[in-house]
Write a protein that binds this ligand. Sequence first.
Ligand SMILES: *Cc1c(COP(=O)(O)O)cnc(C)c1O
Length: 368
Amino acid sequence: MNKYWNQKTNEITPYVAGEQPKDVKRLIKLNTNENPYGPSPKAAAVLKEINPDVLRLYPDTNSTLVREAVASVYSKYGITAENVFVGNGSDEVLAVCWQTFFENCRNTTKSVLSPEISYSFYPVYSEMYDVNLESIPLDSNYMIKIEDYIGRENCGIAIANPNAPTSVSMTSLDNIKRILEANKDVVVIIDEAYIAFAKNPISAVELVKEYKNLVVVQTMSKAYGLAGMRVGYAVADETLIEGMRRIRDSFNSYPVDRLAEQVAAEAILDQDYYNKTRNAVIATREKFVSSLSKMGFSVLPSSANFVFAKPEFIEASVLYQKLREKGIIVRYFNKQNISDYLRITIGTDADMNEFIKAIEEIKDVQNG
Ligand SMILES: *Cc1c(COP(=O)(O)O)cnc(C)c1O
């Protein structure tokens, strides 16, 4: 307790981000789902050419360059720049969503619905903005049960698809449509941080023109290899975007800086590079999953740039520690239902081979 802090500051349990070690060179970092290939060389070239003198000036409050780039990727679905909101990472975009769409839940009996195992920022935003969150269990295969989101009183829905940290995705857009149809009076957020890594990525952006209650959130941090730049965006009906701008302009009108805006726009326009790296990650993942299965892990079917794997020969928390001693960092969640699993980011083929070698060594020691 600190007497100068507000009650909320004293009480809130903040989100705990994955570790960013100082000494990355000597470590194999498979803990925060960054892209091993980094950003598009075209985007990197833009960064090099930026004249520092432009930093004198404030950036474009609406990040028009980024909005237009996003619109060009999704123009086949009728998306225009007016359907896009850009923020300082999708975490910020999500926070703006909570404030714009869910704060009416305050002091009501209604809750925002979200899967019980999902992105751990959702409960934090809910606490931050005094919104009840109802956790909906997954089925025994860690799949989202669509029926549970139908006919249940709520004041909003937030689903990550593919889900995190499970890596499992919904089987078709029809499932999302059913949820949207059954919840037309509230906003449904589909957080697509990992959509690029599904084998057949079908983004819910396709549904934005049809459903006025849908907000699709995407990030530059994973597939675009720009986690350090902090750019995320939402695609939704113009009126929802307008609401988000009102909240943004009541908090921070310049969330995306001039460097980020130019680099992000170029990265989005370089779809060839985007496809090349996401396919490389998928190929590595498929090989890695088959090695893990042979070595005694149960692996959930992954549509992401990480796998969620349960070692059957050792406790997950012990394995986490042993890997760490060998300079390999993965993510372990000491939480109900998932404490038997490790979340392992897909790095390069070489990274994953090091991981496999480390597991073999650990098993050799175990077997004497
Ligand atoms: C990584 C991640 C984000 C946040 O990404 P930003 O870096 O803030 O853009 C959002 N949602 C999920 C599910 C994520 O895993």
